[in-house]
Ligand binder design. Structure first.
Ligand code: ATP
Ligand code: MG
Length: 563
């Protein structure tokens, strides 16, 4: 491809709309342009990468027996009404005006529609059906470029089995295909499993990549691979325990002390001598006091799991009404209502906490002795550096992006849409389903997040849009043009994909910068000086290594490097 004719609008400056590195690189390298919030066009260079990623996904899906479909993005709303998902998706789903259609945010309904029409007997299963298709989601905050688009490409697959055992097998096949896909794409990823409880017992795993652009915060153990969303992650809990010399409850005047930090400062005590109190309102009318050790924060997802129903923090005026005190002076003694405490506080004594009277605290609180009914649960969020629950190595806590998701759906869709089959005895059952998704653009973006340097992208040959970046240093010199043209022809004829910088008006420095920015693995530089010895220069983008090579040896060297 001659760069003089190829549409690759590279940018020197970082566009102001982009903050995430993958987004910056996609824009700067002329691979992507934004059309409107969350809506992107892939330009020719970027689309080559999309096709490469899709190719890898196809190969691995076909290898597990997947059959490729192409389903419509425009869906009759009535199919979505059968599963109740018009309501479930709410504003995230795009509706087509004046028509009973929606734009599909995923394709369980359409695949189940086909299954109910054709999969009638146990003999028709197992099936793995997949597609690589455009999805539409009216994401509330599209950001980070193509990582969260309102229109994006998803490889979505669905399995249809007679029973749980069949589903387990289909699920395992996808798990292994996903690992192969991400490995082949050169991504460093980790897996957040269902054992962490996210999907309420049904099998589900998310394939994640560490990234500043991520919107999920996860706790991860490099040593044993333990990974869980911080909403549910646990660490080895160190209980505060009991101190030998128990003290009596005593009231202390603590004027203007509102926070644990201020209390520690005022009384010259440690955080671990304090019980922080938070009042929550359960089901909109029942006050619940939540006690945490020191400055531990309440993890509201964990709290909700304990209480069920709905739970929200109390408003300041509610707190006053319930406890008689302002937020900074609330505590367990004298609190009338349910008390739940974090495990780290189990049976602790000699604690300081609010006295339910503004500007007063109690010291010497013994939860075993002074608080009649108290339930202990894990209610805190894991912090970086705490011990891994499985191997006690230090946990890392960071933000991550979900690349893919595999999920045992069971019979949710087949029940609601009536996709049933007859078993060997002629008995009728709902089909057992799984669903499996991968974000194609997210693979692209995550690759860039992981493979770049200050100068630009660093492609490995697998995803690189081209094999070779050929640079003619000066198009005004006949010898350069002649040789570069013939190298271009030779390499192309041999099956290499070559991007050829033949721009007449671009300076050498400009061409070098663009070549590093685009990041094609091998650069071949044709310049006057080296040509005199029948040589060109070869640069490996990843390592920066350069060497001179005889033109007649170039092909075999390139072969060695990119095949
Ligand atoms: P997230 O929590 O990031 O919104 P999700 O749980 O909604 O993702 P799924 O419904 O499981 O995602 O979709 C399968 C895959 O599609 C995801 O793993 C992700 O790679 C991709 N994906 C989902 N939403 C988007 C989006 N708005 N833009 C780009 N890719 C997306
Ligand atoms: Mg989502």
């Amino acid at each position: 491809m001659r760069l003089s004719k190829y549409f690759v609008p590279t940018l020197k400056e970082v566009p102001s709309e982009a903050t995430v590195i993958s987004h910056i690189l996609m824009l700067r390298s002329g691979m992507v342009r934004m059309v409107s919030a969350g809506i992107y066009s892939f330009l020719p260079l970027g689309y080559r990468v999309i096709k490469k990623i899709s190719g890898i996904i196809r190969e691995e899906m076909d290898a597990i027996g997947g059959q490729e479909f192409h389903l419509p993005a425009l869906n009759p709303k009535e199919l979505w009404e059968e599963t109740g998902r018009v309501e479930a998706f709410g504003d995230t789903m795009f509706h087509v005006k004046n028509r009973e259609y929606v734009l599909a945010p995923t394709h369980e309904e359409i695949m189940t529609f086909h299954a109910r029409n054709v999969v009638k007997s146990y003999k028709d299963m197992p099936q793995i059906w997949y597609q690589i298709q455009t999805k539409f989601r009216n994401e509330a905050r599209p950001r980070s470029g193509v990582i969260r688009g309102r229109q994006f490409l998803m490889k979505d697959a669905y399995s249809f089995d007679c029973n749980r055992e069949g589903l387990d097998l289909s699920y395992k096949k996808h798990d292994s295909a996903y690992r192969k896909i991400f490995d082949r794409c050169g991504l460093k990823y980790f897996v957040v499993g269902a054992s962490s409880g996210a999907m309420g017992g049904t099998g589900s795993e998310e394939f994640m990549v560490k990234s500043e652009a991520g919107e999920d915060t996860v706790a991860y153990c490099e040593n044993c691979g333990y990974a869980a969303n911080v909403e549910i992650a646990v660490s080895k809990v160190i209980e505060r325990g009991r101190e030998d010399a128990g003290r009596e409850v005593h009231k202390i005047h603590t004027p203007a002390v509102r926070s644990i930090d201020e209390l520690c400062e005022f009384l010259k005590i440690k955080e671990t001598s304090c019980a922080k109190s938070r009042v929550y309102i359960h089901n909109d009318n029942v006050p619940v006091l939540v006690l945490m050790l020191g400055n531990d924060d309440v993890n509201e997802t964990k709290l909700l799991k304990v209480t069920g129903g709905s739970i929200r923090p109390g408003h300041p005026d509610e707190l006053k009404e319930i406890t008689g005190a302002e937020a900074g002076s609330i505590g367990p003694i004298g609190f009338s209502g349910k008390i739940i405490a974090d495990l780290r506080l189990r049976d602790a004594n000699n604690l300081y906490s609010g006295a339910n009277e503004t500007d007063y605290h109690f010291g010497g609180i013994d939860l075993l002795r002074d608080v009649k009914e108290i339930e202990y649960h894990d209610l805190r969020s894991v912090k970086p550096g705490e011990a891994c629950p499985s191997c006690e190595n230090k946990l890392d806590v960071f933000t991550a992006i979900e690349l893919g998701h595999i999920f045992k759906l069971g019979t949710k869709y087949s029940e609601s849409m009536g996709a049933r089959y007859l078993d060997e005895k002629g008995e009728d059952h709902p089909i057992v389903m799984g669903s499996y998704g991968i974000g194609v653009e997210r693979i692209f973006a995550c690759y860039l997040e992981q493979h770049h340097d200050d100068a630009g992208i660093i492609w490995d040959k697998v995803l690189s849009p081209f094999d070779v970046h050929l640079i003619a240093l000066n198009m005004k010199k006949e010898a350069i043009v002649e040789n570069a043209d013939s190298i271009y022809k030779d390499l192309s004829d041999d099956g290499f994909s070559v991007i050829y910088d033949d721009r007449a008006d671009a300076q050498a420095g400009f061409k070098f910068n663009d070549a590093d920015l685009l990041g094609i693995p091998v650069q071949v530089i044709v310049g006057e000086k080296k040509l005199k010895d029948g040589k060109v220069e070869l640069k490996i983008r990843k390592t920066g290594e350069r060497f001179d090579i005889k033109i007649d040896e170039l092909k075999s060297k390139v072969k060695e490097l990119v095949l």
